[in-house]
Design a protein around this ligand. Structure first.
Ligand code: UT7
Length: 335
């Protein structure tokens, strides 16, 4: 058995910055509400014609991660791509990355676990490396939210939160099993699937049916979120899954050098920080700049933290996420 370690990280966000004031021109919202309730100051949106898609942003992040790992695209044995906003209903973005990067006919797998997608994807890649089946696995989280949000007042409680972007990690074999990903902890609770979802277009909500029913009030092809219910579940599950990971490795919150929480809401991250009595230096947040980028949020934050020297060799790094599904997950890493 091997361990896997993160050998390279990369991130890409579209250039187009959308401020809270920009959104206030489209809907009844304001900078003070958004900052107070979420911590978000601005986010990035793909601009028509800038050439970005979920897969293409993923490629840009992946190229940086592969280069930083000191590898070439031909060294990659597998692609695991996490997104809730794929370019196509099918096939997934993983195969597009294989094609766009002109890679060998390596396997490509898409993970559909929304905000915890990256941690699930990392855990999946880790298993392939642990067993010895593959040596280098490219893990990508990427989202094009702006293409599918309701930018009228009707959609304001969701559309002000989400932003576009991508992050990637190259996982590689680590022979020293006291290093790298020490453990992953994955959960789901499908009874709450409809509390945070986008129901259509899908086989249950097919486009002709949507048009026929013409639902003005309840449009299933925009995301729906029961914000307060999700919030309450998030704070509980974040704490649980972090504790589960620490306990498994006989660690305590004091041992955390860096916690990278999924960037769902600054208030959720602050709640978790207070609960575990962590200092500002032990938690990395960048939701202020990017909003919630779902499967991309952890790899973008982890890349930034690493670039800023906040994640160093020997550090205990904790990744934790909660979101639609509900699904939640954590990863305990010895850097
Ligand atoms: O990443 C996946 C997991 N996601 C999460 O964990 C998100 C969890 N939930 C949240 O972050 C928060 O629930 C939200 C940020 C979505 C909402 O914050 P809230 O403090 O729960 O606000 P609320 O939904 O209770 O809405 C309060 C008021 C309402 O008005 P009334 O009924 O009090 O008159 C909303 O209509 O704020 C209104 N509102 C807005 N006002 C201005 C909702 N959205 C907006 C908006 N601008 N964008």
């Amino acid at each position: 058995m091997y361990n896997s370690k993160i050998a390279g990280l990369g991130a890409y966000v579209p250039e187009n910055i959308v401020t809270n004031d920009d959104l206030a021109k489209l809907m009844d919202t304001n900078d003070a509400w958004i900052q107070e309730r979420t911590g978000i100051e601005e986010r990035r949106h793909i601009k028509k014609g800038d050439g970005n898609t979920t897969a293409k942003m993923g490629v840009k992040a992946a190229q940086i991660a592969i280069e930083r790992a000191g590898l070439s695209k031909d060294d990659i044995d597998m692609i695991v791509f996490a997104t809730l906003s794929p370019d196509y209903y099918f096939p997934g973005c993983g195969v597009q990355v294989q094609h766009l990067m002109d890679m060998k006919t390596i396997p490509a797998l898409d993970v559909r676990n929304q905000c915890s997608g990256f941690v699930y994807a990392l855990a999946t890649a880790d298993q392939f490396i642990k067993t010895g089946m593959y040596k280098n696995v490219l893990v990508i989280g990427s989202e094009n939210h702006s293409g599918g949000l309701d930018f009228t007042t009707r959609g304001r409680s969701v559309s002000v939160i989400f932003g576009d972007g991508a992050g990637a990690a190259v996982l590689t074999r680590e022979e020293d099993t006291s290093k790298g990903i020490l453990s992953s902890h994955l959960h789901s609770q499908g009874e709450h699937a409809l509390e945070l979802c986008l129901q259509g277009p899908s086989t249950e909500h097919w486009v002709p049916q949507i048009i026929e029913e013409n639902p003005q009030e309840n449009i299933p092809y925009y995301p729906y979120m029961n914000g307060q219910f999700v919030f309450k579940n998030a704070v509980g599950r974040f704490s649980e899954v972090i504790m589960e990971g620490l306990a498994k490795n006989k660690l305590s919150p004091d041992d955390i050098d860096m916690l990278i929480p999924h960037q769902a809401n600054l208030r959720i991250a602050q709640f978790v920080q207070r609960k575990f009595n962590l200092s500002d230096d032990q938690v990395y947040n960048n939701i202020q700049k990017y909003g919630n980028t779902t499967a991309a949020s952890i790899p973008i934050a982890l890349t930034e933290a690493w670039e800023n020297g906040k994640v160093k060799e020997g550090d205990t790094v904790v990744l934790a996420a909660f979101g639609s599904g509900f699904t939640w997950a954590s990863s305990i890493i010895k850097w």
